[in-house]
Design a protein around this ligand. Structure first.
Ligand code: THG
Length: 285
């Protein structure tokens, strides 16, 4: 199953037969006080540099999230998307819970974007899926519904199936729905990561969908987050997550290492190229 996204450059293909696609997470005010304050003041000046740095480091898609308290996302999200598309040619992943903001951003998107996200809640299915269909975009479906986030993997898979059915009913093909098995913090539940990995494997086997996941979510509040994120990413990729949302400045080499070890990088070319890129950035070369 292939999900095809596009910015102003080459198509990006998300598929189990292709190298893992890194969705860069950095354009997001979560945990970034200065960026939050800037967004609250309507200042988007940090976005171009964050976009360029992530693509240089290996991001193939960029998540764009401007959701800080008090921010008018309907106004700022399209502006942020435009700024990103002025400086890099990769597709965008428009990240907002606000359907109006998603529609406003899709209106200005060049190419074919990924909408982040819909879930199994009735109100969200009704609000978001028609917008995705109208603009011919792809969409991330989160494995949660009106009853919350199930603790057992089977129930998460059932929600994924429901999202796929409801998407198809409005003309969105199964390959254009990327499923997110959901990553909760390991600090809140020590089995949370195991549930995510089991859900991912089940969906890959039963439904064949492409999969995303917020790889940095699990490590919140833990020491050595980078180590945990690296270990987790490897597990996610092995479980079938082929479009993880992560920080390419820290994790791109780990993703390429996992691809190499899992036989998805012939002659190790992607790994070696990413290694050289990161070496150059470190030495300022
Ligand atoms: N699934 C989907 N979309 C998502 C998530 C998901 N979008 C948002 C989030 N989860 C993924 N993005 C992030 C972005 C940042 C962090 C974690 C996940 C993060 N930030 C650091 C912090 O909060 O401490 C700060 C980073 C910094 O200082 O630079 O951890 O699960 N579909």
């Amino acid at each position: 199953m292939q999900t095809i996204l596009k910015g102003t450059g080459q198509e990006v293909i998300i598929s189990p037969d292709h190298p893992t696609v890194i969705i860069g997470e950095r354009i997001n005010p979560t945990g970034r006080k200065v960026f939050s304050a800037e967004l609250q003041a309507g200042d988007l000046s940090r976005i171009p540099q964050d976009a360029v740095a992530q693509v240089r480091a290996g991001a193939a898609v960029l998540d764009v999230n401007v959701g800080a308290a008090g921010v008018d996302e309907v106004r700022l999200l399209p502006l942020a998307v435009q700024m990103v598309q002025e400086v890099v040619d990769v597709p965008v992943c428009i990240d907002s819970p606000n359907p109006e903001a998603l529609a406003a951003a899709l209106k200005v998107v060049k190419g074919r974007a990924l909408v982040n996200s819909v879930n199994g809640e009735e109100a969200r299915l009704r609000a978001v899926l028609p917008i995705v269909a109208e603009y011919g975009a792809a969409v991330i479906g989160l494995c949660m519904d009106d009853d919350g986030i199930p603790t057992d993997p089977e129930a998460r898979v059932a929600i994924a199936e429901k999202i796929l059915q409801r998407a198809e009913a409005v003309g969105i093909k199964p390959q254009d729905v990327i499923i997110d098995p959901l990553v909760l913090t390991i600090g809140a539940d020590h089995r949370a990561v195991l549930t995510t990995l089991t859900t991912a494997s089940m969906i890959r086997t039963a439904l064949g969908s492409n999969l995303t996941a917020g790889a940095s979510n699990a490590s919140h509040g833990m020491p050595e987050r980078e180590l945990l994120n690296t270990v987790f990413l490897t597990g996610l990729i092995q479980a079938g997550v082929n479009a993880p949302i992560c920080n390419p400045l820290k994790n791109a080499l780990a993703v390429r290492a996992a691809d190499l070890m899992l036989g998805r990088d012939e002659m190790g070319m992607n790994y070696i190229m990413t290694f050289r890129q990161h070496q150059q950035q470190q030495t300022g070369g």
